[in-house]
Design a protein around this ligand. Structure first.
Ligand SMILES: [Zn+2]
Length: 426
């Protein structure tokens, strides 16, 4: 049993922060067993207390959509829309991951950067390459951080270096499913058809079957860009839409599913998402950079669709989920303005809740300090950011808007402090 004392902030529900000034959280076996305003109410008066003093203690960040193999392209190549962007920048970079040494070098840097910005869980695209993907999973394991990692399935509209026959793709996925079979493991595989344009019906069907057979979650992209939506309509003429096409192949909520973007999902697609419990990975910077549009997050929330936040490196340029909260709020204010105030913009509590408790729910009981949740946490020392008269919530807001990794002084994943060596950046 461990007890930590600090100014504790988390969100149990969408519109409200829980704030325990000088509060306590008790952690046993990696999980939160109690949180309370004073030691007496915590129910473990004899426990040794680690006192973080005047610092903030918040749940760690969850990134529900990111491409580890695009990390080398982060912050460059912003001059094209999605489909030509993939052909000209992304596919050539991902092709390099046939070389496991190259993969290892980039993946270490990527994980170190995730760690720096306080993201302890991520839903990750690797590449088609099984050996490199396995290495990425092993590195997350070495780091002690949580990840759902996808070997990417592609067998059409892709360069030869990034295409794999269905049989070989499935064999690779099976190997990873068997190597990382523990359902409670921090690192697990996720079935990852890149998106419908790059996967034949046979590949999509096989992906759905393997997800069902091994009880694996699914991730992909959905209705990101108008040219892409038009292309899917041509490729899948029998489907009622993009989401319906995934659904026909068993890739739309038959097992836990997260779909990135959903900028152009219409009412019937959204109804299917809600009915099937498909989570949206909202990636505001990516949508802006690749000129896709603005995802209607308020509509998703009003309709009862779960929305987590994703950095989507390298369509997105910023790996920080704190910064993603800010962008999500700013994009929602554009919707607010354009809808004559009909679509209320996101509150800070809502954005924080999406980044922690909603995104975390894709990994299990993650993203809150309620009893039974994994203790995934960050300690924030913001003394260089706040004047003395700020409240705890004002301090948190300033950190979210202005802070960076310099203020994150401790990081925990499932109760263990995670410390990575500087060499991982090399
Ligand atoms: Zn993506």
């Amino acid at each position: 049993m461990k007890v930590y004392k600090a100014h504790i902030v988390f969100t149990k529900e969408r519109q409200r922060f829980e704030v325990l000034e000088n509060g306590y959280v008790a952690v046993d076996n990696g999980r939160v067993c109690a949180v309370a305003a004073d030691l007496q109410s915590l129910g473990c008066p004899d426990a040794e207390v680690t006192d973080f003093g005047n610092r903030l203690l918040i749940p760690a960040m969850n990134d529900v959509h990111v491409h580890a193999a695009q990390y080398h392209n982060q912050g460059i190549a912003m001059d094209l829309e999605l489909l030509p962007w993939l052909d000209n920048y992304t596919f050539p970079e991902e092709s390099k991951f046939s070389d496991v040494d190259y993969a290892e070098r980039i993946y270490r840097r990527f994980i170190h950067h995730l760690w720096r910005v306080g993201t302890m869980r991520a839903t990750v695209f690797a590449t088609i390459h099984t050996a490199g993907t396995r290495r990425l999973m092993e590195l997350f394991g070495e780091a002690g951080m949580g990840a759902l990692v996808g070997k990417v399935a592609m067998d059409r509209n892709s360069p030869a270096t990034l295409s794999e026959p269905v049989g070989k793709a499935i064999e690779g996925m099976q190997q990873l499913a068997e190597a990382f079979a523990d359902p409670d493991g921090l690192v697990r595989p996720i079935v990852t058809p890149r998106f419908i344009p790059t996967c034949t019906p046979d590949m999509l069907r096989a992906c759905g079957e393997i997800a069902r057979r091994y009880h694996l979650p699914v991730q992909s992209h959905l209705s990101e860009n108008l040219s892409e939506v038009a292309l899917v309509r041509e490729l899948e003429p029998e489907s009622r839409g993009y989401g319906d096409a995934y659904n026909r192949y068993g890739l739309f909520g038959q097992t836990p599913t997260v779909m990135a973007h959903c900028v152009w999902s219409d009412a019937s697609e959204r109804a299917l998402m809600r009915q099937n419990g498909v989570m949206v990975a909202h990636c505001p910077t990516s949508n802006l950079n690749v000129s896709s549009g603005m995802a209607p997050v308020r509509t998703f929330l009003d309709e009862g669709i779960a929305v987590g936040l994703g950095s989507d490196i390298s369509g997105g340029h910023d790996l920080s989920i704190f910064r993603m909260m800010v962008y999500a709020i700013q994009v929602s204010k554009m919707h607010y303005q354009r809808s004559d105030h009909a679509m209320a913009f996101l509150s800070l509590a809502e954005a924080f809740w999406m980044a922690t408790k909603v995104g975390g729910s894709f990994f299990g009981k993650v993203g809150s300090f309620e009893q039974g949740y994994d203790f995934d946490a960050l300690v924030i020392d913001d003394h260089d950011l706040y004047p003395d008269d700020y409240s705890i919530l004002q301090r948190l807001e300033r950190f979210i808007y202005l802070g960076d990794d310099r203020q994150i002084v401790h990081r925990f994943c499932r109760g263990r402090e995670v410390v990575l060596p500087d060499q991982w950046r090399a």
